[in-house]
Design a protein around this ligand. Structure first.
Ligand SMILES: Cc1cc2nc3c(=O)[nH]c(=O)nc-3n(C[C@H](O)[C@H](O)[C@H](O)COP(=O)(O)OP(=O)(O)OC[C@H]3O[C@@H](n4cnc5c(N)ncnc54)[C@H](O)[C@@H]3O)c2cc1C
Length: 493
């Protein structure tokens, strides 16, 4: 759909600090103080941080261009696609002009691809420049450990060279889990990497897996008026999000026609004679769609890293175990960061992990990480959350009170034509401190940072009551929700 591979075909710029800096196998071996494997958010941050500390750094990247899953198939493509869909479909204006309103009547795959190509090209340029500016050397090829201090790099033309690293950061990320029983063809049956190359916008789509990625794509395609069926074997989804937010979100999805099939496993997936994908569920239901997106899990991309040669082993999902404070593996000079170490598997957290790993590797003391980081789920509508959910607060037996604001209560919400959107805040009754913020609706992933700041600075309800907010803004919802909670909280004399 989005011809993103074209970008990968663009010849790499000649770099003075490129592969020629290393010697071919058999010759002298080039040495680096840090070798980073993978150029996604974790690898990039580790490399730049070490370079800023004056270290010699090499980044080895298997793809033809730097950026990792984040830039090429994950975060940036899915967010660009989302933005394009919302703009071309006129989604944000439908509150005013009705559900049939569209900026562009017929939205085709090419319409979605153009913006994606431009965005990705820009992202890659920024990254390449960042590496050049900081003197980080990059090399295109797949790395494999041959012993704890040496990797062999296989370049695209199959030539091989050996590099020695004093220290390593493994930041190889993940790849989609592709079960054998699913006949992937990357056209009608796709995964979370190939979805951005899908040849057309289908009329109907089944999405298997109601995790963050599945939910994001299901709702993006639904905003294009594709008939989406979301299938999840468990009875619940997005369990780390406050249940009240998920109840509201589920209601909105059902209201706009997304079929949600929870609690039933998929027993078979096949194509019928007309090329439609037939998905059969354990409870006997059959779902026929033009396209199927399998988005149920990803595996650490460690299969061909030769970890056995450096004394490391992975779990059953290909992930490495590290010290959660330093990101050191069991082999002290080898660090791992990003999705390859598992939860929370976000670009945002991966960057921090990479930075901390590099600092620890070169003895730069790091302050402890703040207690709370936000989650952003770029569904349509957005969900964002920081701190404890109501369920967690209850489980910890903390006396609490909640406040709710609806975006339609704010003047900005009115102006924007928002008839949905919700902010929920949770406060401790005893200390009056903020415990959690949960937002569903337009701008949620931006708005959440106000809550994050107050939470990590250990602020309380009075901050929101006493401070003046810009008007008209959606951020006013903070004041409204805080006042809502304050009305129910015991008075302080
Ligand atoms: C569809 C989708 C949407 C997402 N949306 C968001 C979001 O909105 N916000 C967010 O924070 N996160 C999001 N994520 C998660 C985010 O993309 C990841 O957390 C992030 O990319 C992980 O970064 P990383 O550095 O661990 O590795 P990656 O970005 O996965 O990069 C790893 C790199 O290592 C390379 N590599 C692998 N093996 C080797 C080898 N042997 N030799 C050399 N190179 C190798 C790979 O080619 C790859 O380029 C999304 C993910 C997906 C799939």
């Amino acid at each position: 759909m989005f011809q993103f591979r074209d970008i990968e075909r663009v010849p790499r710029r000649e770099r003075a600090d490129g592969p020629e800096a290393c010697r071919r196998k058999g010759g002298d071996v080039e040495q680096y103080e840090l070798v980073v494997i993978g150029s996604g958010p974790a690898g990039r941050r580790a490399a730049v941080q070490a370079a800023k500390l004056g270290k010699s750094v090499l980044v080895v990247e298997g793809r033809k261009r730097v950026g990792g899953v984040s830039v090429h198939t994950g975060t940036i493509p899915s967010k660009t696609l989302r933005e394009t869909v919302l703009n071309l479909s006129g989604w944000r204006e439908r509150g005013f002009y009705g559900r049939s309103y569209r900026v562009k009547q017929h939205i085709a795959a090419e319409d979605l691809g153009t913006r994606l190509d431009m965005t990705l090209q820009h992202e890659v340029d920024v990254l390449e420049h960042q590496f050049q500016r900081n003197g980080v050397r990059t090399m295109c090829g797949f790395a494999r450990f041959i012993d704890p201090h040496h990797i062999q790099v296989t370049e695209p033309d199959a030539s091989e060279l050996v590099v020695r690293g004093e220290r390593f950061v493994i930041a190889v990320g993940t790849q989609p889990f592709r079960p054998d029983y699913i006949p992937f063809d990357d056209k009608a049956i796709i995964d979370s990497d190939t979805v951005i190359e899908a040849p057309c916008v289908p009329r109907s789509m089944a999405v298997i897996g109601a995790g963050v990625i599945g939910i994001e794509y299901a709702t993006i395609f639904s905003a294009l008026d594709v008939a989406v069926t979301l299938i999840e074997p468990r009875d619940t989804f997005l369990d780390f999000v406050d249940r009240e937010i998920i109840a509201e979100f589920t209601h909105q999805l059902r209201d706009r026609g997304v079929a949600i099939r929870l609690g039933s496993k998929v027993t078979s997936i096949e194509k019928d004679k007309s090329g439609r994908v037939v998905t059969t569920l354990e409870d006997g239901r059959i779902i026929r769609t033009e396209m199927l997106l399998f988005a149920a899990g990803r595996m650490g991309a460690t299969g061909s890293l030769g970890l056995e040669n450096c004394g490391l082993a992975v779990d059953n999902r290909g992930r490495l175990t590290v010290d959660p404070k330093t990101f050191q593996t069991e082999v002290p000079h080898i660090y791992a960061a990003g999705d390859v170490i598992g939860f929370p598997s976000l670009a945002s957290t991966s960057m921090e992990q990479g930075r901390i790993a590099a600092c620890h590797a070169f003895d730069l003391p790091m302050p402890p990480a703040p207690q709370y980081f936000p989650y952003g789920i770029y569904a349509v509508p957005e969900i964002s959350t920081v701190g404890m959910s109501e369920e967690e607060v209850k489980a910890k037996k903390i006396p609490y009170e909640c406040g709710i604001a609806r975006f339609r209560e704010t003047s900005r919400g009115h102006i924007m034509g928002l008839d949905t959107g919700l902010m929920k805040m949770i406060f401790s009754i005893k200390t009056r401190r903020l415990l959690g913020v949960h937002i569903l609706g337009e701008g949620a992933t931006e708005l959440i940072h106000i809550g994050q700041a107050v939470l990590n600075l250990k602020g309380g309800i009075d901050y929101f009551i006493e401070n003046t907010f810009n008007y008209p803004t959606l951020a006013e919802a903070y004041k409204i929700a805080a006042l809502d909670a304050w009305n129910r909280m015991p008075r302080q004399d």
